[in-house]
Design a protein around this ligand. Structure first.
Ligand code: SF4
Length: 332
C-alpha cells in the first residue's frame, strides 16, 4: 500500500493525522457568552443603542451550556451589553463556580454592588473593566452616562474585598480601546492602574469598531504612545498587551449569542447550533461542528460556512451598521 498524507508506510497514522485528530477533540478554550443586551452607558464606539428591545439570555441556554462541562475550559461574559445588568448573573456565577470552570467578566464597572463584588472575589472570578481614559474628563466624554469616580470606587471595593479574603485568586484588568481622543492618556493610565493594584491592561484599536472611523489612529501615533506606556508598565510590573486577536477567527472560542445560538467565533457569523435545543457538549462534539472547526483551522472556508456567515452578517450586522451610518449622517 502506498503511504498517503494520513498513513505512513507501516499503515500507522502520520504526525499530521495525529495532530489533526487532537484538533478535533480539543476543548473550547473560552466560551464567550452574551448575557444581556441591556446597558446603562452610551459609549462613543458602541452600537448597543441600535438594539431595539434589550433582553437577557434565556436561563435554559446557560444550563445547557453547563450540563456537561468536559468540552470547555473557561467562560467569558461579554457581548453587546453590560453583563452585570443581567438579572440572573449571580446564580450563573455560583453555578459556574460549582462546576469548577474559571470565569472572566468584562464590565463597565458601574453596577458592581457589594453582594456581587463579594461573590466575584469568593468565586475567584476575574474582572476586566472597560477603562478608556486616565482622566475624568476624557473618560466621561467617551463613556456617556459614566461616573469616573464611582468606577474608581468599585475597583477599590474589589481590592478591599480581596484583602479581606487573601485566598482569593481574583484578578482585575483594564481594557482600553485606543482612539484619537484618548491615546495620549495611555501612559498615565499605566500609573493609575498601578495605584489601583491592577494586574494588566489590554489595549485594542478602534479600527475594529466600524461606527467610529473618525477616531481611528495612525499606526505611528498609536505605536509612539504604546511604546511609552509599555516602558512604564515594565518598570511597574504591569502587563500591557496589545489585543490583535479580536479581529481574527479563533475556532476554539465559540460565541453564545443572546438568543442562544452558537457562532464559530465572536467575529465570524457562521451559526453552528442552538443551545435552546441541545447541550454544548453534544454540539461541540458533533461531527458537523468538528468538520467545520477542522476546515477553518486549516484555512479552508467551505461553501456552507461562507453562505451561513453571509446570511447572518446581512441579518444581524449590516442593519446595525446602516442605522449607525444614517444616524451619523443626520447629525452632520
Ligand atoms: S459599556 Fe460596553 S456595551 Fe455599554 S455602551 Fe459602553 S461599550 Fe457598549
Amino acid at each position: 500500500m502506498k503511504p498517503n498524507e494520513f498513513m505512513n508506510k507501516n499503515n500507522k497514522p502520520t504526525e499530521a493525522t495525529v495532530s489533526r485528530r487532537a484538533n478535533l477533540t480539543e476543548v473550547a478554550q473560552i466560551v464567550i457568552v452574551e448575557l444581556t443586551t441591556k446597558c446603562n452607558f452610551y459609549c462613543k464606539m458602541c452600537i448597543i443603542h441600535d438594539i431595539k428591545k434589550p433582553k437577557d439570555i434565556n436561563e435554559k441556554v446557560i444550563y445547557n451550556l453547563l450540563e456537561n462541562t468536559n468540552s470547555l475550559k473557561s467562560i467569558l461574559f461579554v457581548g453587546m451589553g453590560e453583563p452585570t445588568l443581567c438579572n440572573n448573573i449571580m446564580p450563573y456565577i455560583k453555578e459556574i463556580h460549582k462546576k469548577g470552570i474559571p470565569l472572566i467578566i468584562v464590565t463597565n464597572g458601574s453596577t458592581l454592588k457589594p453582594d456581587l463584588i463579594d461573590l466575584i472575589v469568593k468565586t475567584n472570578t476575574n474582572v476586566v473593566i472597560s477603562f478608556d481614559a486616565a482622566t475624568k474628563e476624557t473618560f466621561e466624554k467617551i463613556k456617556i452616562n459614566a461616573d469616573f469616580s464611582s468606577i474608581m470606587k468599585s475597583i477599590q471595593n474589589i481590592n478591599l474585598k480581596k484583602a479581606e479574603i487573601p485566598s482569593s485568586t481574583s484578578k482585575i484588568s483594564l481594557r482600553f480601546v485606543a482612539m484619537k481622543s484618548n491615546i495620549e492618556e495611555l501612559p498615565s493610565l499605566v500609573h493609575l492602574a498601578n495605584s489601583l493594584n491592577i494586574d494588566s491592561i489590554d489595549v485594542s484599536q478602534i479600527n475594529i469598531h466600524y461606527n467610529c472611523r473618525e477616531e481611528t489612529l495612525e499606526r505611528e501615533q498609536f505605536d509612539y504612545y504604546f511604546e511609552i506606556a509599555k516602558e512604564t508598565a515594565e518598570k511597574l510590573s504591569i502587563q500591557l498587551t496589545l489585543d490583535e486577536e479580536s479581529t481574527k477567527l479563533n475556532c476554539s472560542q465559540p460565541f453564545v449569542t443572546i438568543d442562544g445560538k452558537i457562532k464559530v467565533s465572536c467575529n465570524y457569523h457562521c451559526i453552528v447550533g442552538d443551545l435552546n435545543k441541545q447541550s454544548f457538549e453534544n454540539l461541540w462534539n458533533s461531527q458537523k461542528y468538528k468538520d467545520i472547526r477542522d476546515k477553518l483551522t486549516k484555512g479552508e472556508f467551505p461553501l456552507y460556512v461562507r453562505f451561513n456567515n453571509l446570511i447572518n452578517t446581512i441579518k444581524y450586522v449590516y442593519p446595525a451598521a446602516i442605522k449607525v451610518i444614517i444616524r451619523k449622517l443626520s447629525f452632520n
